[in-house]
Design a protein around this ligand. Sequence first.
Ligand SMILES: Cc1cc2nc3c(=O)[nH]c(=O)nc-3n(C[C@H](O)[C@H](O)[C@H](O)COP(=O)(O)OP(=O)(O)OC[C@H]3O[C@@H](n4cnc5c(N)ncnc54)[C@H](O)[C@@H]3O)c2cc1C
Length: 391
Amino acid sequence: MPTSDVIIIGGGIVGAASAFFCAQAGLRVTLLEKRKALGLLTTSASLAAFRAQFAEAENIAMMRESISFFENVRERTKLDDADIGIVQQGYLFCTTNPQVPARMKARVEFQHAHGLTDVELWDGDETRKHFPFISDDVVGATFRAQDGWLSPNDLTNVYARAAVRDGAQIFYETFVTDLMLSGGHVRGAQTNREQFYAPLVILAAGPYAKKFAARYEWNLPITLLRRQHAAIKEHALIPPHAPMTIDADTGAHWRPEARGAILAVNTDEPEGEPSDNIQPDWEFPALALDAVIRITPFWENVAEHLRKGDLDVRAGQYDMTPDAKPILDEHPHLRGFFVHCGYSGHGVMGSAAGARMLADLMTGKMKRDENAFGMARFEKMDVGALEKMVL
Ligand SMILES: Cc1cc2nc3c(=O)[nH]c(=O)nc-3n(C[C@H](O)[C@H](O)[C@H](O)COP(=O)(O)OP(=O)(O)OC[C@H]3O[C@@H](n4cnc5c(N)ncnc54)[C@H](O)[C@@H]3O)c2cc1C
């Protein structure tokens, strides 16, 4: 009958980060993962990128905190050999639309006012001066050199290793079937193996969180959407020192990966059901290649010479909330039942700050009304009026 202070359901990057920060806060942690290893579901489908260039104060703060953690991961985890494969070659948002630079300017001013003073605003010529492969059609861009990417599986394992060093226990092939409850409180989790006892439970089950929470009359406003990325193993024309390069007008993006690249574009998808087996489309690489040619025309030459064996394609699910921000909160009636999910495509980059905030919320260090990522925000929200932002 294993007993701890907190049970975490799910060993993706969000569950592993939660384990680390809860252990840091002095809680005895049990992490339950249904698969044979950590990070095998959405986390391993990720493009693994991180940026602080956001349009809302709480997102900027969250990602700055996470990026600082990534940059200082050895000191922060006290693991001298921690290697998360961090690459900081920047994020470049480009537009060909003459009306967009004015919006970019306002956004950069907002970012500067919120402490993100290293975001640069460039016209088309300045952009090409820094990155000559950018199309002559690009008329404006924003750039932040400290944005970048990392290895999400290495980061997941670093969080987990540091948590275990601090006393956490991880159980694999352990599928949580139910919560154990009494008198409006969580008492633990029932699994396919045995019962685990704890007065606190964090639901970090990625795409499965909504369905699991619904069984306890907790309606999380999450929509699951399939997202894919194409990987090109190697090609001499791909500039290895390029930033994450985003077409701000369409959302298509790519970044170098070793001597190859990873590309993505959003496709229209119906709302999905949670699944461990999200199938990619083999047509997707062609779609993504077509989409990135607009702002980076060298891709046309790359595409001409590619064979199927040069390509890989992966798919996973975004757990989208109405404002594309995560949910960190406690069940309204079941004391001790917390969620940590809904990252809407930003769970790698948000994992460190989100998990730190959740640990603070659970231990009383953060007050409920200080939590910008609670469910209360959805009550006030005019979802229809939310700007759909590609930037
Ligand atoms: C194509 C694509 C590109 C992306 N690119 C980026 C990016 O560039 N940057 C970024 O920050 N984010 C990106 N994301 C999003 C990011 O991958 C996710 O936000 C993040 O991985 C979510 O992590 P998670 O731990 O919540 O979920 P998951 O990684 O899905 O982990 C959930 C875990 O819970 C386990 N589980 C579920 N139910 C149970 C149960 N009942 N009992 C036990 N275990 C259970 C699962 O087995 C799984 O291991 C991308 C996502 C996709 C699909």
